[in-house]
Design a protein. Structure first.
Length: 229
């Protein structure tokens, strides 16, 4: 199938929000947290890249949140697309999905790892048995808190949701949390050890958080993760 670009706009330098539609289906079936794979031929070589969907199911449309990889092939190509341009894709796949909204949950993301949580957080909160949910989001700068207004709106709507952005390179005027997400892990967990923890971001962060959680006694079934190279 083909994904056709509807629109895109900048979220921060080198980071864009993309909206696509699949014209040959009435409804694109996927679970929040899953990804799509794009395919394109560069210099005679077919390249495939997987990207987490950054939106809830919405007919034949879906969103992505991508950063451009300097010296790469696929992301620079996507950043040059104009509305109406298309790219080959395969249907959504993946196991990074909500397991049990009836349990407290902690979402941890860095950078564009926030993408699946833009889909998963409202899905979790809309569940009738939803418990406490905290989203801990690590980013460098205040102007790079992707979808910050949306998550703040969710926090205002749902008393069981807390949004914790933390900046690794804050300005002196920044009033919020600072440092890497690992710095605030114990604060987010408190004394709870029956929480499901979902982690998405670069491999180093994901592996570090997993190690901390295992040392705290978390079972591997409580730790759901997706990591990017």
């Amino acid at each position: 199938m083909k994904a056709t670009l509807v629109e895109s706009h900048e979220l921060a330098p080198d980071v864009r929000h993309f909206s696509f539609e699949v014209k040959d289906v009435d409804k694109l079936d996927f679970k929040p947290g899953q990804f799509v794979s794009f395919n394109h031929t560069f210099d005679g070589k077919n390249i495939t890249r997987a990207y987490s969907i950054a939106s809830r199911p919405n007919g034949n449309r879906f969103d992505l949140c991508l950063n451009v990889v300097r010296g790469g092939l696929f992301s620079p190509h996507l950043f040059t697309m104009n509305p109406g341009d298309s790219v080959d894709m395969t249907p959504p796949l993946g196991f990074f999905t909500l397991r049990n909204p009836g349990k407290d949950a902690l979402f941890i993301a860095t950078g564009t790892g926030i993408a699946p949580f833009r889909s998963m957080a409202p899905e979790y909160l809309a569940h009738r048995d939803a418990k406490q949910l905290t989203l801990l989001f690590g980013i460098r700068y205040e102007n790079s808190i992707y979808y910050g207004n949306e998550f703040e709106a969710l926090a205002a709507r749902y008393p069981n949701f807390e949004f914790w952005p933390t900046l690794s390179r804050p300005e002196p005027s920044w009033p919020g949390r600072a440092g890497h997400v690992q710095t605030h892990l114990l604060e987010a967990l408190g004394e709870r050890r029956d929480v499901d923890v979902y982690i998405c971001g670069l491999k180093a962060m994901v592996d570090d958080v997993r190690s901390i959680l295992k040392a705290l006694g978390f079972d591997r079934k409580q730790i759901i993760f997706e990591k990017y190279d």
